[in-house]
Each structure stands twice: as structure tokens, then as C-alpha cells.
Design a protein. Structure first.
Length: 431
């Protein structure tokens, strides 16, 4: 899709509004604020669309070079107020000029975007030159920079943690870091990568990485907190990692070439040529295997060295932790003395003894006052117990007498005789 087609597909750029949008409407900022605001909003939507639809060479920015020509459409031509539109979007914190993002503090250290913004908005900046042309710059959508920059940064930190959070896992150069990100984000361009790198150096949450450039190569160091400066040792480790990566790629290439050698292919040749062809193939294969073995040996040696470097750094960190722990213990122990402990124990023993005396005094007083009451209570308890025993004895006597009466009763087992039954049956039945 061409830029002109994309412009015409945006509802805010419908044909009835193109004349106003492409005119020099700067005067409407005072005369017609609502119309001016509507035009600025429409252009903001257009720039967002241009950048986020991969129409240009970046996911987060747009270059000013040839921008008027790119935005040219039939009938209306170039936008006549483009410089004013861009300046307004910069002042609203929608765009960040890359040239200003590259600025440094007076002491040479890079500053955060928030600090930059407070400084930038207070100073004069215009996207246009004295002759009315656009400056050669690149305008970055701040919201997209922060959104994607933080997301990609989290990917890097996640990879560092997956690698065991070793010292070497936090070190990259611009090539190895870009290759890693492209493996996760195939659409990432080198232009955007360079912008993200600047953002990580002075991001909205403070410095997230340190970069040191030597002969065009950028050496990069990440950290969970404030990142220390890159040392010569760090550069040496990064170079070792690059060599290991190169050797790994070389080994893969050697392996592929070795596997491609098919000695059976000589069988299709005339018999007179087969031996010579086979000899060449075997010689080539032998040389490749020799080179592969040599490369593999170097790879193993450098990998071992890198592992030992990480182990050495871990030992150093543990030693520092032990030293810190020792100081903490000394500091804690210095807050307590043995003499103070003895005094505290004596005070505690004294107070316990005093409490015991008070308790004994209270118990003794209670006994003196309550003796008569206790005697009365005991007498009452004995009386109740005797009463219960008398009632139980009487109940048992009654039960015994009842059982004796039952035992004296006799029951006859005989049944009526047949004679009696016959006599009863012969008697007439009364009507």
C-alpha cells in the first residue's frame, strides 16, 4: 500500500477535510482553536499509522528527510504546515527528536528521558531550519519507545536469568545483542535497535545498561540495578563470547559440509575416473574433519575459560558477602555488652523474687481471713454427703423388701381338665 492510499483510508483524512489538513492552518491556533486541534489530532493519527503499519523503516520513528515528498498527495500536493505540525507534536511530548535523545549532560553522562524532557521543553527547539526546511532528524513516538523498549529489555533480562545470571551473560556487543533480539523479533530493524540501545542507556527508570564504543564496536553491559562502567576485563569477556559464537557457527558449517560429501556419488562416473574422484572426496573430507576437530577443541577450551571466569566472579561475590556479613555481625554484637547482660539478669532475678514475696503475702492474708468460712463450708459438705448416703440406704432397703415379696408369690402350672371343659360346653347358651 502506498502512503497516499494509506492517507486516504484514514477517516480523519476524508476528502472534505484534505484542503484544511494540507493548508497552512497555523493561524487557526488563535482564530479557530477547535479546528486547529482537530487537524493536529488527525496528523497525529496519520503518523502513528505510518509507523505502526511498517510503511517505513521503523516501528517507532519516522525520518524527516524527504518527509514532505512522502506525504504529497494528488491535487493538494505537500502539507504546507508540516514544520508547525511536527513542532506542535514535539511540544506535546508525542515525538522525541533523536538528535535531542543523543544529547549528554554537561559532565558527559547520559541522562534519562524524563530529565531530558524537562530540559528539552524549557529550551528552544524547532524542527525547521532558518530557511524553512526540515532539519535532518528522526522523530520517535515516545509512547512506543517506552512500550517496546521495556518489553524488549525484559526479554534480555529473562535470557540473562535463563543463563544462570552469570557475569558473562550480562555482557554483549552490538552484533550479538542485535542477533539475539532478531531471533525473538524478526521485524526489528537496526535503526530501531540503535534507538532502543540509547533508551536503555537513559531510560525512564534510570540507566539500564552501559555502553562503551571502541573502533565502531559497541560493548554493552546490563544489570538489575545501577550498572557499573564497562572495564577492559568486560571487553575481554565479550570478545571471548564472540569467538565462542563464531567457532560454534563454524563447527555447524563444517559439520554440514562433511555430511554433504557423498562417496557413493563416484559410482555414476566411468570406472577409470572413480578412484581419482573418490580420492579427492576422501581427501576433502579428511581436511574438513581435521579442521572441525581443531575448531571444536578451540571451542571447548574457550568455553572452559569462560566458565572459569564466571566461577571466579562468583567466588569474588561470595567473598564480598562474607566480608559484609562479618561486618554486620560485628556491628550487631557491638550493640550488646556482657556486662549489660549480667546487669539485666540481676534486675530480672530481683524483680522475680520481689513478685514472689508479694504473692506469698497475699496468700497469707487470704488464709487468715477465710479460715472460719472454710470450716463452715466443710461442715456443709459433710452434711450433704451424709444426707445423700441416708437416702441411698433407704432406697436400697425398699428395693430389698420388694424383691422378698416377689419371691414369696407362687404360680400354678395346671390347666383346666377335660371334664370341666365338657361340662362348660354342655351348658345351654342364654339367648
Amino acid at each position: 500500500m502506498t502512503i497516499e492510499s494509506l492517507i486516504k483510508d484514514i477517516p480523519e483524512f476524508k476528502p472534505s477535510r484534505l484542503s484544511s489538513l494540507y493548508s497552512n492552518f497555523e493561524h487557526n491556533k488563535q482564530l479557530n482553536p477547535e479546528g486547529y486541534e482537530a487537524n493536529i489530532t488527525a496528523w497525529q493519527i496519520l503518523f502513528t499509522k505510518l509507523i505502526t503499519t511498517n510503511t517505513i523503516d521503523s516501528q517507532i520513528s519516522i525520518p524527516t528527510i524527504n518527509l514532505p515528498e512522502r506525504l504529497t498527495i494528488s491535487i493538494h500536493g505537500k502539507p504546507k504546515n508540516l514544520a508547525g505540525i511536527l513542532d506542535e507534536l514535539i511540544s506535546r511530548n508525542f515525538f522525541i527528536p533523536e538528535s535531542q535523545l543523543n544529547n549528554q549532560d554537561d559532565n558527559g553522562s547520559l541522562f534519562s528521558i524524563r530529565r531530558w524532557w524537562s530540559r528539552f521543553t524549557s529550551g528552544p527547539y524547532s524542527i525547521s531550519t532558518h530557511d524553512g526546511e526540515l532539519k535532518r532528524d528522526r522523530l520517535i513516538i515516545k509512547s512506543k519507545l517506552i512500550e517496546l523498549g521495556d518489553r524488549y529489555y525484559d526479554m534480555i533480562i529473562s535470557e540473562i536469568h535463563k543463563s544462570g545470571n552469570t557475569y558473562s551473560s550480562k555482557l554483549f556487543n552490538n552484533v550479538t545483542l542485535y542477533n539475539f533480539l532478531v531471533s525473538k523479533i524478526p521485524t526489528l530493524t537496526k535503526i530501531d535497535f540503535d534507538i532502543f540501545l540509547k533508551y536503555w542507556m537513559k531510560g525512564s527508570d534510570g540507566k539500564k545498561c552501559t555502553v562503551r564504543e571502541i573502533d565502531g564496536m559497541k560493548f554493552i553491559k546490563f544489570g538489575d540495578k545501577q550498572v557499573e562502567m564497562i572495564t577492559d576485563d568486560d571487553i575481554g569477556i565479550i570478545n571471548i563470547q564472540s569467538s565462542i559464537t563464531n567457532l560454534e557457527n563454524r563447527n555447524v558449517e563444517f559439520q554440514a559440509k562433511i555430511n554433504q560429501i557423498d562417496t557413493k556419488s563416484v559410482l555414476v562416473l566411468p570406472k577409470s575416473e572413480q578412484k581419482e574422484a573418490l580420492k579427492k572426496l576422501l581427501t576433502r573430507k579428511k581436511l574438513l574433519i581435521k579442521s572441525y576437530n581443531h575448531s571444536s577443541k578451540l571451542y571447548d577450551e574457550l568455553s572452559t575459560i569462560l566458565m572459569k571466569i564466571n566461577d571466579s566472579n562468583l567466588n569474588h561475590e561470595i567473598y564480598n558477602q562474607l566480608v559484609t556479613s562479618s561486618k554486620i555481625l560485628q556491628n550487631m554484637n557491638s550493640k550488646v555488652s556482657l556486662e549489660d547482660i549480667d546487669n539485666v539478669r540481676l534486675d530480672i532475678d530481683e524483680q522475680i523474687a520481689k513478685e514472689s514475696e508479694i504473692s506469698e503475702a497475699l496468700v497469707s492474708t487470704e488464709e487468715q481471713h477465710d479460715d472460719e468460712e472454710l470450716e463452715d463450708e466443710l461442715k456443709q459438705l459433710y452434711a450433704e454427703v451424709n444426707k445423700d448416703k441416708t437416702a441411698q440406704t433407704k432406697e436400697k432397703t425398699e428395693d430389698s423388701e420388694l424383691l422378698d415379696k416377689l419371691n414369696k408369690l407362687t404360680v400354678t402350672d395346671r390347666s383346666p381338665t377335660d371334664e370341666t371343659l365338657t361340662k362348660q360346653s354342655a351348658e345351654p347358651i342364654a339367648n
